[in-house]
Ligand binder design. Structure first.
Ligand code: 3NM
Ligand code: MG
Length: 556
């Protein structure tokens, strides 16, 4: 028995629900049978309302069909029912019988699982001998309204990190996460929970996901189950990336030459394929962003309604989620629908968290967007990227040491000052510190992070570059940051193979065109700069398209 217990496959853990809202008028046994045929790997019978006699007879049936499929069967809460039917074990909530008592009654051979939502609860459950932990609540769910804590990806990560680094027993315990998991977010959840850091390149991750409504409430539970199984075992459509730990990359000549070669080919690709750039953006920049998109050779569409995204996501383009003026609950909901649509087809998404640190509404919007979806690139100025780091649960990244030129106290005061407006303000960080923060955040979020400034820093968590092109006029006009997001989206859509190289190419296009425009004799200041900039975005694309290989001379 002990031996069998260690072989349990937790990858797709079904928790049943007998309520009208989820099961409807269907027969639970039939639904569970379909789920078994679809490939669930363990089943928990959870029924908060039936009488003991009914519980035992339903549990007997369920146990027998699980046995026929060689799948372990456990009961929620009721140790007496588990004992009566002789099934494989129980799952205990924080208010149920203690693990120690249940173990004494059921014996060493039984599977005992526990619900935990904090490090302390995880510590106690392991100490008392739980075989696995159900960690939650990951996301808010209609299935269980009275959950104690919604802890998100970061909360799960913290508990996993604790388990990974504390003792042999905590490292060995099996884990599943629960709450709001379905086909649209399963791969991302699994992917983001496996975020390596320099100190742990192979961190402990979840052994499985537990779902209720995604199977019990599905129109066809068997198909839904086999789809979830497939999602759990295949890399996400945005493709698995290197899991090497990141490090600060010192530019070398060969690397620069190869980046510039790839920049030329990425620009040609945008020109040839004219990818769709779907902008969900603010009124201030819609017209300008559309012109920039046309200038670089992409096809823009400005569409803020989430309901349009499912159709648009199928056109091979990329989405820009620009938080500019869309941080109302309704705006966030539109973003969420669109993010799910692009994530489900693997279409790239650029997140532009405009003014993210400025107000609590924006901080909340950013946090909920980051809980909803996977972004292929997150771009922002220093304050915005700091807000992203905060939303990601980073407190003090490893190389984020105080500046030597300011006292610790002064710096703390500066950091506590609220960001004003969306302008970037004074920098608090040295280039080295920016590189540390950007690469660490990129590795953690498993995405590309671009921090813009006079010298931009960009990283995918493995490779980190700094780029010093651009012109001060970009800081004197509205929407330069937003239209950079648009530019990058087109580059990602046209060049999916190496998204970091694609983003560097887009950044060079944008910033070198700005330098060209600023040098023109007809440009007298920011106002005349704008139309000249659109000209030069276009001219750059034509020059590269006609075989111009000038980047070696202008890229910094
Ligand atoms: N326990 P769905 S959340 C049974 O957080 C249960 O401990 C939770 O349902 C916890 O997959 C939950 O439909 C319900 O979101 C999960
Ligand atoms: Mg309970």
């Amino acid at each position: 028995m002990e031996n069998m217990k260690s072989k349990v496959d937790y990858s797709l853990y079904l928790v049943t629900d007998s309520t009208e809202a989820i099961l409807g008028s269907r027969d639970l046994l039939g639904v569970v049978e379909q789920a078994l045929l679809g490939g669930v790997t363990i089943v928990q019978y959870r029924d908060k309302t039936s009488d003991t006699g009914t519980l035992i007879s339903i549990a007997r049936f369920l146990h027998s069909i699980c046995k026929a499929h060689n799948i372990p069967f456990v009961i929620n809460d009721r140790v007496d029912v588990a004992l009566a039917v002789g099934c494989e074990g129980v799952h205990l909530g924080q208010d149920d019988m203690s693990i120690v008592d249940a173990r004494r009654i059921l014996g060493d051979g039984s599977i005992i699982g526990a619900t935990v939502s904090s490090i302390e609860e995880a510590r106690i459950a392991v100490e008392r001998g739980a075989d696995y932990l159900g960690i939650g609540t990951l996301y808010a769910t209609n299935t269980k309204k009275n959950t104690k804590d919604i802890i998100g990806i970061n909360g799960i990560r913290k508990i996993l990190h604790y388990l990974d680094t504390t003792s042999a027993a905590t490292k060995a315990v099996k884990t599943v996460c629960i709450g709001g998991i379905n086909a649209s977010n399963l791969q991302r959840i699994k992917y983001q929970l496996l975020a390596p850091t320099p100190s742990s390149p192979e961190p402990k991750t979840i052994d499985g996901v537990a779902v209720v409504s995604a199977i019990i409430g599905a129109p066809d539970p068997k198909t839904a189950t086999s789809h979830l199984t497939k999602l759990f075992t295949t890399p996400p459509p945005w493709k698995a990336r290197s899991t090497e730990p990141h490090f600060w990359f010192e530019k070398n000549e060969d690397e620069v030459a190869s980046l510039l070669r790839s920049a030329i080919s990425c620009t040609k690709k945008v020109r040839e394929t004219s990818p769709l750039s779907h902008n969900m953006t603010n009124l201030v920049v819609q017209n300008f962003a559309a012109n920039v998109a046309l200038g670089i050779g992409s096809s823009p569409i400005m569409a803020n309604a989430g309901a349009e995204a499912a159709d648009l996501s199928k056109l091979g383009g990329a989405l820009v989620v620009n938080m500019g003026s869309n941080v109302t609950p309704e705006g966030v909901e539109n973003f969420q629908v669109a993010i799910s649509a692009y994530n489900s087809v693997g279409g790239p998404i650029v997140l532009d968290p405009v003014g993210a640190g400025a107000t609590s509404m924006r901080r909340d919007a950013l946090a909920s967007l980051m809980r909803t979806g996977y972004f292929d690139l997150i771009k922002g100025n220093e304050r915005e990227i700091m807000a992203v780091a905060h939303a990601s649960g980073l407190s003090v990244p490893p190389s984020f040491t105080p500046l030597t030129s300011t006292s610790g106290q002064e710096q703390q005061q500066q950091q506590q000052q609220q960001q004003r407006g969306v302008d970037s303000g004074e920098s608090l960080l040295t280039l080295q510190q920016k590189a540390g923060l950007v690469s660490h955040l990129a590795a953690r979020e498993r995405t590309i992070i671009l921090m813009t400034a006079a010298t931009d820093v960009i990283s995918d968590g493995v490779r980190t570059y700094s780029i010093s092109n651009g012109h001060a006029f970009l800081g004197k006009i509205t929407g330069s940051g937003c239209t950079l997001g648009t530019t990058l989206s087109a580059y990602l859509a046209a060049n999916p193979a190496d998204k970091l190289h694609a983003a560097v190419a887009g950044l060079l296009h944008f910033e070198i065109a700005a330098e060209w425009a600023a040098k023109r004799t007809d440009v007298k200041g920011p106002g005349t700069f704008v139309p000249a900039f659109i000209d030069e975005l276009y001219n750059y694309s034509v020059a590269v398209g006609e075989g111009g290989d000038f980047l070696g001379g202008v890229a910094k």
